[in-house]
Design a protein around this ligand. Structure first.
Ligand code: FES
Length: 203
């Protein structure tokens, strides 16, 4: 083997070794990363999955969805206020709901697993996508019989296949949607500013 050939072979071998070492390095790094995932706090996980959104709720009018519609991770965020009478009505038809106590813990953070599914009883925040096939449910706060429900006490109706939710986003029994509407992680930065996508420090 001439000097030139030997040099070429050595160079190839060196490249191969560098490549192999890099692969081991990546595998090692991936292996080392796994234990850390479990130790992330929820805020770090949320931050990694999508930037938070800040919403000014100072213009929130009673009984109406906040507009223009805010979005988080490309999903519509429904923000609306509820008065005392609405909050009381939320407790009147529990036997008609599939999951009145929000036992499916995937559908809201722990701090919203309460009778109104929110941090502040008067302000409801949820993702406006039906848990059936993802249509946008329509808000109908009227307390009067509807074509789709003769005992309607206000809520959301999904026109795609007829799912119904109350004004806490809890799904009615016997409709196609399987779960309550999703409440995203959020916290109040001040009375009028809410941050969607993070749990906040005192969660
Ligand atoms: S997408 Fe809402 S009922 Fe089917």
């Amino acid at each position: 083997m001439s000097d030139g050939t030997a040099h070429a072979v050595n160079k190839k071998r060196r490249r191969f070794l560098i490549g192999s070492t890099s692969l081991v390095g990546v595998a090692g790094a991936a292996g080392a990363a796994v234990p850390f995932v479990g130790s992330w706090n929820p805020s770090a996980r949320a931050l990694a999955a999508g930037a938070p959104t800040t919403i000014d709720i100072s213009r929130l009018s009673p009984g109406e969805l906040l507009g223009p519609m805010p979005a988080w991770r490309g999903k519509p965020v429904y923000v609306f206020s509820r008065d005392e009478a609405t909050l009381e009505r939320l407790q009147t038809e529990l036997d008609r709901l599939s999951d009145p106590d929000s036992e499916n813990t995937d559908q809201q953070p722990e701090y919203c697993q309460n009778e109104h599914r929110s941090r502040k009883p008067e302000v409801m925040i949820m993702i406006g996508l039906c848990t059936h096939l993802g249509c946008a449910p329509l808000m109908n706060p009227e307390v009067q019989p509807q074509d789709y429900d003769s005992e309607w006490i206000g809520g959301f109706f999904c026109p795609c296949h007829g799912s119904m939710f109350d004004l806490a986003g809890r799904v009615y029994k016997g409709v196609p949607a399987p779960d309550n509407l999703l409440v995203p992680p959020h916290y109040y930065e001040s009375d009028d500013v809410v941050v969607i996508g993070l749990d906040g420090e005192n969660s």
